[in-house]
Design a protein around this ligand. Structure first.
Ligand code: XIL
Length: 333
């Protein structure tokens, strides 16, 4: 559709972006991205398994075409992600003795040196071309009293993996905005644990510049006031906030399965997108970007998560036509 407004021209408070995976850039998805968005997040291409599949062998075959495309089309690139518990090769957590690492001083030192090497290489490769990075992703578990996810990273290195990741990222990328990114930050317990961690680390001098809210939500969850509280909580810290991975599932629980998206769900979805964007636009100083996690409903991670079924969580449908959700964003009245 060439006759509809560009999202990026309508939303002027902050850059709007979309994630992209695989070869989408060379299909019509690239044109859609070009028309509607200011910014692109590689959905998988910068994760550890893509960039350092074997130790100290760095590959950018997925990321390079995306970054080149962004440059050619004047789009910003958001870096996702240096450290995560998923999509990380098994070798990272194998000790010098060939055994799974444990919380010994030796294993911890090796793990942190691998982490440092990874961030130095991937960070330096793109330098100022990628001015924003999710340094750590999904490190919070609100069910732990200390709020920290029991990942391999934590089990081997404790909180030091987070400290090291930010310190090294700052060294190699002195001007980049460094983010801690997580999901369900609209849930009070999760949000509070994240807030406490950021507060503690900032007090220690760990260079955290921003909090990323993934915002994987659905047509009836969360309430607008919960989403508002998600943003308000971090305002006193004086750090940037970005909505990093927004999508709005048509499903409200994992038992539902629709062969085609029901009209009432798509309408609810449009209202959710409308209300969320209206909320974000009330924070032009605090929210520095909003990114949707995909371009069109023909390619969304929610088709296989949390179960395999057809979802339709994005602004454009499987034929790349604008949905009601799109109109909720561009024409909220
Ligand atoms: C997802 C990608 O979209 C999928 O293609 C991949 O198979 C799994 O990861 N939170 C994140 C993202 O931080 O990196 C995830 O992306 C979605 C959930």
């Amino acid at each position: 559709q060439t006759d509809i407004p560009s999202i990026k021209d309508v939303i002027t408070e902050f850059p709007v972006g979309a994630s992209i995976t695989g070869a989408e850039i060379v299909t019509e998805h690239g044109q859609l991205l070009n028309k509607h968005f200011d910014l692109v997040t590689p959905g998988n291409a910068l994760k550890w398994d893509a960039t350092e599949p074997t130790e100290n062998t760095f590959t950018y075959t997925q990321a390079d075409p995306l970054v080149a495309w962004a440059k050619a089309n004047g789009k910003a690139v958001r870096g996702h992600t240096f450290v995560w518990h998923n999509q990380t090769p098994a070798w990272v957590f194998v000790g010098a003795d060939g055994q799974p690492m444990t919380a010994t001083a030796e294993d911890k030192a090796l793990l942190l040196s691998r982490l440092e090497n990874h961030i130095r290489n991937v960070g330096a490769k793109y330098g100022t071309t990628i001015p924003v990075w999710d340094v750590v992703n999904e490190v919070i578990d609100e069910n732990q009293s200390d709020g920290l996810r029991r990942s391999n990273w934590f089990n081997i290195a404790g909180l030091d993996y987070i400290r090291t990741a930010f310190r090294v990222a700052r060294e190699v990328l002195p001007t980049a905005k460094l983010y801690i990114n997580d999901y369900n930050t609209n849930v009070p317990a999760k949000r509070d644990k994240l807030f406490n961690l950021v507060t503690q680390l900032k007090a220690e001098g760990v260079p955290i510049d921003g909090v990323g809210h993934q915002v994987h939500i659905n047509v009836s969850w969360p309430t607008l006031s919960e989403s508002k509280a998600m943003i308000d909580k971090f305002v006193p810290l004086g750090i940037d906030q970005q909505v990093t991975e927004m999508d709005v599932s048509i499903y409200t629980n994992s038992g539902e399965n629709f062969p085609t998206p029901p009209a009432d769900r798509l309408r609810q979805q449009a209202f959710m997108y409308r209300d969320m964007f209206a909320l974000f636009r009330q924070y032009p100083g605090e929210i520095t970007a909003v990114i949707v996690w995909g371009l069109a409903d023909d390619n969304t991670w929610l088709d296989t998560f949390p179960v395999t079924r057809k979802d339709a969580p994005l602004l454009f449908d499987t034929r790349l036509q604008a949905k009601d959700a799109y109109w909720g964003v561009v024409d909220p009245s």
